[in-house]
Design a protein around this ligand. Structure first.
Ligand SMILES: *[C@@H]1O[C@H](CO)[C@@H](O)[C@H](O)[C@H]1NC(C)=O
Ligand SMILES: *[C@@H]1O[C@H](CO)[C@@H](O)[C@H](O)[C@H]1NC(C)=O
Length: 517
């Protein structure tokens, strides 16, 4: 449910340590070349070449991309790696990737372990273009998919070149975290090197002016897109979704950053650490990207981001794209853009700016500060009170009349909190109607319902549907949760006992009405 949020890419690009170097192996003359047995068939096991000091040279000549694992028969980590290594070879073969996997029994091949300075097992080295003296140390993951991905990013391009909006959209749909480099002036080499090692991220790049324009960019920038899921977003967003699960959406987190020749790429470790950090406050700028006047606001928005790095995640939501569920979550209409909202994903509290001034770097920073300092009160969604809210037996509550009705000191109020899409809510609806009908003439009893997907309460959050709560008369704002059977008889017993816990049924079944406070 709560996928972690990504901190700024700037760190990833500029604050990182050095690139994986080429050729850590000792420089040694390759005297073995002459010893190769020409025409010798190199044996394979499960799609893995089995090499020795005579066949390594041959394999290097035949395979321009060759990963060699030095293992020892007694090594436990090697045993754990073996099935993954075989699976990785199969994955690569299935995609016709031009890369081969091989293994060498280290203790049985002392010449090779000496030549390549192997001191521990397993050791993996990646050889390019038959270059025996400068293999790259393998530093990637030790599971099949990761191994295959690490290799694919070396034999193919590590980032997809994007020509148009369609390509960009397809790439953004392909991964949970997608980074796109927009480069017109800068060389992409550093960016591609970064992309080789950040395996959990999908990379693309472009120099197309129409894509710069689409994302409101005027200069070279790296933009990170993350599938974001907020607590409760699922419940409040898609009526059809009933299974608990993840509801996520692609939003562009625009992180102004430049990649220049001076910047360095991250190691896999660095990127993992950065990507797992958690930022609880998300600031959203809602704009209609098709409008130039809206796109102009992006620069000021981005400018406000660096001082809040690590505290607030900056997100741009294009209301012209398919982001209706995000608008609903914040109780917004597309016409209200451009506007800002801030949500704390832990408390799910939402904040809106108070003044109606223009959106600028200064106003964005000021808004964030009032939220972070606790000065600004959150807002709660509410529908308008329907004129006939108290005309039917079941009264209609919304955010705006909830306090007044539920905490009325003279009334016992029994409320069903529901979602329009929830099937259990629909199933109990007839019993609820019957209950309201039955107690229609009881002056001190109110049976009510509230659509908790469109109305939020300051007093408590509604965690599931249906939730039934009883608010007995009195001054102490008592709240009881009803957890009994959802039928007329059980509801009636509960009300007749004045919300008191009825005695246990001797038979042990039936109305097991209970409540928690
Ligand atoms: C192997 O690679 C290194 C580093 O890129 C290079 O200096 C060397 O000339 C290469 N050797 C061969 C035989 O291509
Ligand atoms: C975005 O702006 C365009 C151009 O004015 C307009 O046609 C479109 O309806 C707007 N989209 C939304 C969702 O408001």
């Amino acid at each position: 449910m709560d996928r972690q949020l990504l901190p700024v890419l700037l760190l990833l690009l500029l604050g990182a340590s050095g690139l994986q170097g080429q050729g850590q192996g000792p420089e040694r003359p390759s005297e073995d070349l002459l010893e190769d047995a020409p025409g010798e068939e190199v044996p394979q096991e499960d799609g893995i070449l089995v090499l020795n000091h005579r066949t390594l040279g041959l394999a290097l000549r035949e395979h321009p991309a060759l990963l060699v694992e030095f293992y020892a028969p007694w090594c436990g980590h090697c045993k754990a790696l073996a099935p993954e290594y075989i699976k990785a070879a199969a994955l690569l073969a299935a995609e016709s990737a031009t890369v081969m996997l091989a293994k060498v029994d280290g203790p049985a091949e002392p010449e090779l372990t000496e030549e390549f300075g192997v001191t521990e097992y397993p050791t993996l080295k990646f050889f390019r273009d038959g270059n025996r003296t400068h293999p790259e140390e393998y530093t990637g993951p030790r599971e099949a998919k990761g191994i295959a991905e690490w290799l694919k990013r070396r034999v193919g391009s590590s980032a997809t070149r994007l020509e148009d909006e369609e390509g960009a959209r397809a790439l953004m749909d392909a991964g949970d975290v997608v980074v796109i480099g927009f480069f017109q002036d800068k060389d992409v080499a550093t960016f591609l090197a970064l992309a080789r090692d950040a395996l959990d991220v999908t990379f693309g790049f472009t120099d197309r002016p129409q894509l710069f324009q689409k994302f409101g960019l005027s200069k070279d920038t790296v933009v990170l897109f993350k599938k974001v899921s907020w607590p409760e977003l699922r419940a409040r967003a898609e009526g059809q979704v009933q299974q608990p699960g993840e509801f996520s959406s692609h939003l562009g987190a625009v992180l102004g950053s430049r990649v220049g020749p001076g910047s360095q790429a991250a190691t896999p470790q660095t990127s993992r650490r950065i990507f797992s950090a958690k930022i609880l406050n998300h600031l959203l700028l809602f704009v209609n990207q098709t409008l130039a006047s809206h796109r102009e606001l992006l620069a000021g928005f981005r400018e406000a981001a660096p001082p809040l790095r690590g505290q607030v995640l900056f997100v741009v939501v294009d209301v012209a794209a398919n982001n209706d569920h995000v608008l609903r979550y914040f109780g917004l209409k597309a016409e209200e853009a451009p506007t800002l909202r801030l949500v704390n994903i832990e408390t799910t509290k939402k904040y809106a700016p108070t003044g109606g001034g223009p959106i600028s770097s200064a106003s964005v920073a000021a808004f964030c500060q009032t939220v972070l300092s606790g000065e600004l009160k959150p807002y709660f969604l509410s529908q308008e009170v329907p004129p006939d809210w108290d005309q039917r037996p079941v009264k209609t509550l919304v955010g705006k009349n909830f306090e007044q009705v539920a905490f009325d000191e003279t009334k016992n109020v029994f409320v069903k909190f529901y979602a329009p899409w929830c099937s259990h809510c629909r199933e109990m609806a007839p019993a609820w109607e019957a209950l309201a009908e039955k107690y229609r003439n009881h002056e001190d009893i109110i049976i009510a319902e509230l659509d908790a997907t469109a109305n939020e309460l300051e007093a408590f959050a509604v965690p599931g549907f249906p939730t039934l709560k009883y608010f007995p008369a009195g001054q102490d704002r008592k709240i009881m949760e009803y957890k009994g059977s959802r039928d007329l008889e059980s509801f009636s017993k509960f009300l007749d006992s004045g919300g008191e816990l009825p005695a246990e049924e001797p038979t042990g079944h039936g109305a097991a009405a209970g409540f928690t406070q």
